[in-house]
Ligand binder design. Structure first.
Ligand SMILES: [Zn+2]
Length: 142
């Protein structure tokens, strides 16, 4: 769980600062066939806690994906960076994200950042030549 104790931040008068989490993203966030996460997602952001107890985070989610290149099926891997930008309000039915009992859970915001940044395909690189068909199979049999 990636949670932040707002009461503690208020008690410490830590109204802004930096935070880091690492997160084992669930496979359900992946949309590319034959691709999986390579290790944990790294979450880093700066936060600001306002007088009305609303809480804002801005930063990055970085994760690696690996699997088959979507064009040539070779093993490939890629580092992806998503933008994390979320505003939490201590009330129900908030427009953005909400929280209760003084604890902000940023998991949903992090998963949204991963979903937004997920590429549609995985590529082995700029030099990918796609699937090559053997020229021999194209020769006529005359
Ligand atoms: Zn490729």
């Amino acid at each position: 769980m990636m949670t932040i104790d707002i009461r503690k931040l208020n008690a410490q008068k830590s109204y802004y600062g930096e935070m880091k989490f690492s997160y084992e993203a669930p496979e359900s966030l992946l949309s590319i066939p034959f691709v999986q996460f390579d290790g944990r997602a790294e979450v880093s952001f700066s936060y600001e806690l306002y007088e009305d107890d609303s809480f804002e985070i801005k930063g990055r989610v970085t994760y690696r994906i690996k699997g088959q290149c979507s064009r040539c099926l070779k093993e490939a891997e890629q580092t992806v960076e998503g933008e994390l930008d979320a505003y939490f309000q201590p009330k129900k039915d908030a427009e953005d994200y909400s929280y209760f009992g003084g604890i902000v859970d940023i998991t949903k915001a992090v998963e949204d950042a991963i979903l937004m940044s997920m590429p549609f395909t995985l590529s082995c690189g700029d030099g990918c030549e796609g699937i090559r068909y053997s020229s021999e199979t194209n020769q006529s049999e005359e």
